[in-house]
Write a protein that binds this ligand. Structure first.
Ligand SMILES: [Zn+2]
Length: 567
């Protein structure tokens, strides 16, 4: 609620024309014309966030002012122009009338000017220091029981409407595929953040499973660090001052906290919990950390540009001698993962020392040279991005090309000469001298959300069996085979497959179309013939060929396809 309090010699007002058609039904018997003298005129705009808990605040405030200026005459004057966030007329009328009667209980003489009318008014302000006071009342705590039914309905309607305008999107846009396949959605209550539906989460979890399997084999440990951490930590890392605008801040027990925009500083603290020696290196520590970075809500685009995302982060602590081998190992992981999706490198970029940097030229010479050497050795086509490295070290960016000929930068390897020093990370070398390790930041997927968006469009929703949330759809030809179909469903379900049964009394054409839209990998038809032969009729996605097989044979085939991760 916003108010402007004016101590006046007089005010005269008159309603001229209805501003709300049905105002006489909403608020019958309003005082359409009046004059008041030696009064406090309170211009009021009731806002969306106001409810009955706002009333005591404004009543107390008006009482205080009238005591100070020594008058009992009050004119409550609805004045919409004070706010661009007005409440509904019903709420405003209710609040104004209750405020009036509360003030009358305190022996004030109160006039309520008409609501919902265009009015003409004339007043004369006294001009002493207390004669003009503006106020703003906010409700920080809106709990469910404080909302009126009407308010709750309105808010609910507001947040339930779809924000996805599909008219400008292409058919294979991941937002459209996501809706058809029931994978994810977005809502204005959480801009740039994904609501994962069960099937979309299945994809994300499968990618994480793959990531864990590969990294475990490659000698990585996995950690998890807190979501919000004290500003002290971010002052050391430089995020508090440097990227202040891009961070979400929060307060707890009067301490400033940052919602983590990066995982590294938390990881540094784990490194420091125990002394390290050269025997512990290389130390490879991964974290699937959820990070938040502020973006303008106007530039958000589904999974491609998000505020909250899961980074498949890892930090590698090593000696200078181990650097080459470690970078080569990372490149191997990157190639291994992307080959599963038939995503090839378009080009690789090596970014070198910028003008503003830390570290001696000698160390920049050495690190740039060793990164280049590795790229040559791996026979990767690369270009040099002169001066585009981070201030703390050179980096390698990997650009992929998808089936639509678009390029994407997902993976990156960054050498860091700053953070280990800032956090005083050390290890003792063979001669028991304290040394600072070299650190690599690296991601493969980059953001899991974005990567899922990329492969959804790259594959046009045709997820390979191992990743697919819609693996098998069983469809019945008639009601007589329901029991048999259900038996097949149970067997596949118990074996852990993503299987669904459609035994509705609908035409086969309709059932098949539905399953095709949802991109099921396999369609199983069950009719009398299949039941009597104890078999299933199988059709693969995007194929016309139907093969009849026993369920066991089919399961063996599925398992083989899953373990080979064929596309
Ligand atoms: Zn990092």
């Amino acid at each position: 609620m916003k108010t402007l309090n004016l101590h006046c010699d007089y005010i005269k007002f008159k309603a001229l024309k209805k501003a709300i058609k049905s105002i006489d039904e909403l608020a019958p018997n309003q005082n359409l014309e009046a004059e008041s003298k030696e009064c406090l005129v309170v211009l009021i705009a009731v806002e969306k966030t106001d409810n009955k808990s706002t009333i005591p605040k404004i009543v107390d405030d008006i009482k205080k002012i009238t005591n100070e200026i020594k008058t009992k005459n009050i004119v409550l004057y609805p004045y919409a122009h004070l706010s661009s966030n007005l409440s509904s007329p019903e709420t405003a009328i209710q609040i104004l009338q209750t405020t009036k009667s509360e003030l009358q209980k305190a022996n004030c003489d109160v006039v309520l000017a008409p609501f919902g009318y265009y009015k003409t008014f004339e007043l004369k302000v006294k001009g002493h220091p207390l004669s003009e006071l503006s106020r703003e009342f906010t409700n920080n705590k809106i709990t469910d029981d404080e909302l009126t039914d009407e308010q709750r309905e309105r808010i609910l309607k507001e947040i339930s409407k779809s924000t996805l305008d599909t008219s400008k999107l292409k058919e294979n846009d991941h937002r459209i595929i996501g809706r058809k396949m029931n994978l994810w959605s977005f809502n204005s209550v959480a801009p740039g953040m994904v609501f994962w539906h069960s099937k979309g989460l299945h994809i994300k979890n499968k990618l994480i499973e793959l990531w864990r399997e590969i990294h475990r084999t490659e000698g990585y440990e996995e950690i998890s660090t807190p979501q919000i951490m004290d500003r002290k930590l971010w002052e050391i890392s430089g995020h508090w001052s440097k990227y202040g605008e891009n961070n979400f801040r929060t307060i707890y027990e009067k301490r400033d906290f940052l919602v983590k925009p990066m995982n590294c500083p938390g990881g540094m603290l784990i490194y420091k919990t125990s002394p390290k020696s050269y025997k512990d290196l290389p130390l490879r520590i991964g974290e699937l950390g959820v990070v938040h970075r502020v973006e303008l809500s106007g530039v958000l685009a589904g999974l491609f540009r998000v505020i909250q995302f899961t980074q498949d982060d890892a930090h590698i602590f090593c000696t200078e001698n181990q650097l080459e081998q470690e970078v080569a190992k990372i490149v191997k992981i990157i190639q291994q993962i992307f080959s599963l999706f038939n995503l090839k490198f378009d080009h690789v970029e090596l970014s070198t020392r910028p003008e503003k940097r830390i570290g001696s030229d000698k160390i920049w010479d050495a690190t740039e040279k060793s990164l280049e050497k590795i790229l040559k050795k791996l026979k990767l086509k690369y270009s040099i991005n002169k001066g585009d490295g981070a201030f703390y070290g050179p980096k390698i960016d990997f650009h992929l090309k998808d089936s639509l000929n678009r390029t994407w930068q997902c993976s990156t390897i960054q050498l860091d000469m700053a953070l280990p020093e800032r956090f005083n990370l050390t290890y003792s070398d063979e001669k028991r001298n304290d040394k600072t390790p070299i650190m690599l930041h690296r991601v493969v997927f980059g953001s899991l959300e974005r990567f899922i968006g990329i492969i959804t469009e790259h594959l046009d929703g045709n997820f390979p069996l191992w990743l697919s949330p819609n693996q098998i759809k069983i469809m019945t030809l008639n009601d007589d085979v329901k029991d048999y179909a259900n038996k097949i469903f149970q067997k596949l379900f118990n074996d852990g497959f993503q299987v669904e049964l459609n035994d509705k009394n609908e035409s086969m054409g309709k059932k098949a179309r539905e399953a095709q839209i949802q991109k099921f990998n396999y369609l199983l038809t069950v009719g009398e013939k299949e039941k009597s032969e104890n078999k299933v009729a199988v059709r693969k996605r995007n194929s016309k060929e139907i093969t009849t097989t026993t369920l066991d044979e089919f399961i063996t085939h599925l398992k083989k396809e899953i373990s080979s991760k064929t596309l």
